[in-house]
Design a protein around this ligand. Structure first.
Ligand code: MCA
Length: 502
């Protein structure tokens, strides 16, 4: 019996007494993590989990939460992580679409969800930020051993939701092969080994924090300093004990803003990695000046895991996302004709390889639209490639916003604003933000005066995760349009590009 992903990621260190996770309050060895995984897997199975069933998890980052990921994979389930910022309204959509067998969330969320989401087929378990809840209770009496379910390359391991241009999120189906093959490539490319101690301050409900960081460190038998979230003071305290860190650009700009962050502090670090949003060449240069270290920028997507990277050995070029990783075929194509373009031309990044997902969950048309006939995934990111193979991102084919490493699709926000009686129309854009890279701004045209000046904010709050809510609302008489009547978001972005500068 084999379980491709579990065997690969956790299989070789099962009985190891080495510390896998350091938290502020405990040290967890590989051996103890395996026992936790087994107990959790027994609980999942006792709640009816069969191979192929989804386990939806919206809980704060913790050792138990990471154990739930490992347990779901080991039991043959499909792990479905959900951002803790999602409101019950947003959760209702994900759950109705994915129809999980088991839902694990905070007690408070369960109360709200039970009113919205009615599925007699799903079992609820609770896990709160303070480690209370029914799941923790059940752990006390759960059996210590568990036999891994058989899973092959093509079986799904994870469904990760990604926002869509129409405002409806799509579940990217990631197979055992997608995730295990990408992990092997990253181990070699970034030279991770059991000697690594990764400072882990990313959320664990996205590709970056879960499928890149955790998979990689567990696979090589390294350790992680596993902290609930990023903040500069904690980072300064823990960086001297780490050999590596992964972060979004906001982590690095916030560190640079603190004078205590310097070369001495980071002398044990062999590798700082940045991804999820473009790292500015300025940040790269300032970081090198301060620490002597060159941040390694890489590029990936929920649908593809990691696709390109600057080299571990060799030149890391500021402002580029490096070259295609081994096994990943990348081509640049014309956004209208689909024709393959020569190096130096700007076009859409298309990619093919074992890293590329197997389609969107129960959305065959959207899956078909996302691939070319010869099976390249059309990313929607615009880039150009130089003669040495280095790619530079130059924009996006869609008007997606990346705020602090999180994707926001304007349509989802616009749809909610446009439903307000007094609103005629809206355009949601991303403009430069010194901390978050891009900040969400709503430009709104009213039909009539808003009696409650905060009505838009109040409408969005219960329906939309905080990070998607506009940080600024601008009221205009009308939206700029081109001759075809299309709203000119580029003109709006230009007009308000200095909004967050002061
Ligand atoms: C928090 N807020 C945000 C964001 N995060 N607003 C916009 N964008 C955000 N990303 C809200 C908070 O709710 C709060 O609202 C206010 O903004 C300020 O919060 P603050 O404490 O400054 O934020 P924070 O908690 O420090 O979080 C910022 C962060 C965090 C550290 C940048 O968002 C983060 O860890 N981002 C990483 C996301 C990530 O892992 N992305 C990978 C996905 P208020 O004050 O009003 O309550 S993409 C991926 O996986 C791809 C495949 C890849 O290639 O990696």
């Amino acid at each position: 019996m084999t379980n491709i992903l579990y065997d690969k990621i956790f299989g070789s260190n099962l009985k190891n007494n080495k510390i896998f996770l350091y938290t502020e309050s405990e040290e967890v060895s590989y051996k103890n993590f395996t026992t936790l995984t087994n107990k959790l897997a027994n609980i999942l199975v006792s709640h009816g989990l069969n191979p192929g069933d989804r386990v939806a998890v919206q809980v704060e980052k913790s050792v138990t939460q990471l154990g739930l990921y490992a347990a779901t994979i080991k039991a043959g389930g499909i792990y479905l992580p959900l951002n803790t910022a999602y409101t019950p309204h947003e959760l209702n959509y994900f759950l109705s679409n994915a129809r999980p067998k088991i839902i694990i969330c905070a007690t408070d969320t369960m109360g709200k969800l039970e009113k919205l989401y009615s599925s007699k087929k799903a079992s609820f378990l609770t896990l709160n930020a303070n480690e209370t809840g029914s799941l923790r209770e059940k752990l006390k009496s759960s059996a210590l051993s568990f036999k891994a379910a058989n899973r092959t390359n093509e079986d799904l391991a994870v469904i990760m939701y990604t926002s869509g241009t129409t405002g409806k999120s799509k579940g990217a189906k990631l197979t055992h092969q997608n995730l295990s093959s990408n992990c092997t490539i990253l181990e070699k490319s970034w030279e991770f080994s059991k000697n690594d101690v990764l400072l882990h301050m990313l959320p664990t409900y996205h590709t970056h924090g879960l499928l890149v960081a955790c998979n990689l460190l567990a696979m090589v038998g390294g350790s992680m300093i596993f902290l609930p979230k990023f903040n500069v003071e904690d980072a300064l305290r823990w960086i001297p004990k780490a050999t590596s860190m992964m972060g979004v650009p906001t982590f690095y700009t916030r560190l640079l803003d603190n004078p205590k962050f310097d070369k001495n502090l980071s002398e044990n670090i062999r590798l700082f990695i940045s991804g999820s949003a473009p790292l500015s060449a300025d940040t790269h240069t300032m970081f090198k000046k301060r620490t002597g270290l060159s941040i390694l920028e890489r590029y990936g997507m929920t649908e593809t895991n990691m696709s390109t990277s600057n080299p571990y050995r060799g030149k890391r070029i500021a402002g580029t996302i490096g070259k295609a990783l081994p096994g990943v075929e990348i081509r640049i194509t014309d956004r209208v004709t689909g024709e393959v373009l020569p190096d130096g031309s700007i076009g859409v990044i298309e990619q093919r390889g074992e890293n590329v997902f197997s389609g969107y969950w129960e959305m065959p048309e959207k899956t078909q639209d996302a691939f070319t006939p010869d099976n390249f995934f059309i990313t929607g990111d615009l880039a150009k490639r130089d003669k040495n193979g280095y790619l530079t991102l130059v924009g996006r084919d869609t008007d997606m916003i990346i705020s602090g490493g999180l994707n926001v699709y304007p349509k989802e926000v616009e749809n909610l604003i446009d439903e307000i009686d007094e609103v005629l129309e809206s355009a949601v854009i991303g403009v430069p933000h010194p901390d978050l890279g891009e900040g969400v701004v709503a430009v709104v045209v009213l039909k009539r005066k808003l009696l409650d000046r905060k009505k838009i904010q109040k409408t969005l709050q219960p329906n939309l995760a905080k990070f998607k809510q506009p940080k600024f609302i601008i009221y205009l008489e009308n939206l700029p349009r081109n001759a075809m009547g299309k709203v000119q978001k580029a003109a709006l972005r230009k007009q308000y590009k200095e909004l967050f500068e002061s």
